[in-house]
Design a protein around this ligand. Structure first.
Ligand code: SF4
Length: 291
């Protein structure tokens, strides 16, 4: 059914299928300029056409077509000959199994301006079941690229793309169908290896309450709620909104509860620590550590 039909029926915004190409988006916008167009730009891709996958509904009664998919396309499958159902053949690509239905993740960072120029008003990123770190990073990078799209240097885009490749879990990236190319999958791995780990989040930078006692930092200190290990001299990056990254190597870790100096702290301890840093850091900035 065409977007024109939906426009004539009174629909004001249409979310385009992931298989729509850039040229088709331009054409749709030309024909129905008053309809707002939204498109998916970053995250897990389906191996099926939009709305044509029933794996999740079939296996666990959670429908992908109602936004409730548990991604069984990433599960392990066997090959069964119809007359020998009790003799499943393993399909082996490598030691962890095979990923015959495993699409790479969509990444349209390099095409943000093209999409907006083509008439897209809403860019959708995948956030369901993702960590705070994932969301901070993807939102920060795309916000930066969208706001600076008219004059951002190619070098900066290349840098941001590398950050997405190397510092956040991903299945390898593809531009999907937007450039009218065929879909891309990785049959050897489910995830790329990354060597950075989310380790903490900045909480109220001036003051925090522990056991009903209010603590204040001086202007060179920030409070961190610890999520994973932080050690003295670790290579740490603090991501502040709009993807500005500040690098630090802690020389002192202070337990906020009792002022004790620590050499390391772990996520399971549910601690709040104070780090010394000579900058104002907004609340909810996230920290990652090189592992
Ligand atoms: S099972 Fe995979 S291909 Fe099917 S809807 Fe879910 S994510 Fe998409």
């Amino acid at each position: 059914m065409s977007v024109k039909f939906w426009h004539d029926s009174g629909v004001s915004r249409v979310i385009l299928g992931r298989e729509t190409t850039l040229e088709e988006i331009k054409e749709i916008h030309k024909r129905v300029p008053n309809v707002e167009l939204e498109v998916f730009i970053h995250g897990a891709m389906c191996m099926a056409y939009s709305g044509r996958c029933f794996l999740s509904k079939y296996f666990v009664d959670r429908s992908g077509n109602l936004g409730d998919c548990v991604q069984p396309c990433r599960w392990k499958y066997y090959l069964i000959e119809e007359k020998r159902p009790d003799m499943p053949l393993e399909i082996i690509e490598e030691e962890h199994g095979s990923y015959i239905l495993n699409s790479k993740d969509l990444n349209l960072l390099r095409h943000v301006k093209d999409l907006i120029d083509a008439g897209i008003v809403s860019l959708k990123i995948e956030g369901r079941a993702k960590s705070v770190y994932y969301q901070a990073m993807i939102n920060g990078i795309y916000s930066h690229a969208i706001e600076n799209r008219e004059n951002i240097a190619q070098k900066k885009i290349d840098f941001l793309y590398k950050e997405l490749e190397n510092k956040i879990i991903n299945r390898g990236y593809t531009t999907g169908f937007i450039l009218n190319e065929k879909a891309d999958q990785d049959i050897e791995n489910t995830h790329q290896k990354i060597n950075w780990e989310f380790c903490g989040i900045v909480i109220n930078s001036n003051e925090v309450k522990i056991k009903s006692k209010k603590l204040k930092t001086n202007k060179n200190q920030i409070f961190i709620k610890v999520h994973n290990c932080i050690r003295l001299n670790d290579e740490i990056e603090i991501i502040i909104p709009k993807y500005n990254v500040i690098k630090i190597k802690p020389k002192k870790i202070i337990n906020a509860e009792n002022g004790e100096e620590l050499s390391e702290v772990h996520g399971g301890q549910k601690k709040i620590i104070i780090l010394e840093i000579n900058k104002k850091i907004p609340e909810f900035s996230v920290l990652r550590r090189k592992i």
